[in-house]
Design a protein around this ligand. Sequence first.
Ligand SMILES: NC(=O)c1ccc[n+]([C@@H]2O[C@H](COP(=O)([O-])OP(=O)(O)OC[C@H]3O[C@@H](n4cnc5c(N)ncnc54)[C@H](OP(=O)(O)O)[C@@H]3O)[C@@H](O)[C@H]2O)c1
Length: 328
Amino acid sequence: MKAIKVINPGANSTLEIQDIPTPEPATDEILIKIGATALNRADLHQRAGKYPPPEGASEILGLEAAGVVEEAGTNVTKWKTGDGVFGLLPGGGYAEYCIMPEKMAMPIPENLSFKEAAAIPETFLTAFQSLIWIGELQRAETVLIHAGGSGVGTAAIQLARHLINARIITTAGTEQKLETCRELGADYTFNYKNQNFAEEINRTLGKNSVDLIIDFIGAPYWEKNIDVIKTDGRIVYLSFLGGHRIENINLAPILKKRLKIMGSTLRNRTESYKINLVQDFTNHTRSLFEEEVLKPIIDKEFDWKETDKAHQYMQDDKNTGKIVLTGM
Ligand SMILES: NC(=O)c1ccc[n+]([C@@H]2O[C@H](COP(=O)([O-])OP(=O)(O)OC[C@H]3O[C@@H](n4cnc5c(N)ncnc54)[C@H](OP(=O)(O)O)[C@@H]3O)[C@@H](O)[C@H]2O)c1
């Protein structure tokens, strides 16, 4: 099969479509002919040599895919050749074929194309896990979702609105991204580039008003996060796009406000954890995707021969929601 290989991982990496062996499904796995995959920020980190795949995972980029079952392992009971499926991958999505454990695969709702289904797994499952499993967001609580225009951000806003009915605050760096956040259900939006979001939140909602913060930015937001979080509040770290080292940090508020500070990476979770997550996510969201209450937000589609351009588009922070690759 053909797959995109990263040549010379690091600052000067390039991408090349090459012939590699088609993976063979184990007894409890399915082989999927990929119709679409989608980009994640992690792909850029992996390409730059900063985020190696977990042990045993494919070295090919790509954390999600949608397509058709081409072949089912001998113990597979849930799927047959020709079924439309989508799901998470530990790697291997930038290719013509991938393998997936049968229990990790989800059926594509009839109203969704491959392109739309491929834009769901990584961002929605990450957002679901962070808001509900880790952050334990409750109805009528207030959640602050940073990078609201990101793939994960656009999913988190929708889940916080439609599954929990929380009060939602988001930050982003352009007016267009903030507008999308509001359309998806955010109640308050702040542009971190020209507003001090902590001052604005304290002024608008009162001091110590945020129950849960979903943060991808890290160091530059630490003090502002601490400034707005409530007593008994929770902060979930998913990434450190703005840096992960802080000088002269004052830890006292962690005790004074009895904070829970947590971090997570979905990719290196065990297969059984991911299967349980996929099951719980499907139970909570399937009918909402069918009714189009929840929807993947797709910014742009690229032919996979133009993946380099797609990566640059993401690197330049141009996307609101997801970038998908098709044509494999
Ligand atoms: N831990 C996990 O399990 C997990 C899983 C999935 C994703 N993630 C992480 O979650 C983040 C979002 O992923 P994604 O694929 O949805 O990303 P994405 O669509 O590429 O969006 C990232 C956005 O973050 C904003 N941003 C970038 N650098 C920033 C900075 N220094 N300060 C403030 N904002 C910044 C930019 O939007 P603006 O225009 O608003 O600046 C950018 O468009 C990534 O960091 C990714 O690695 C973690």
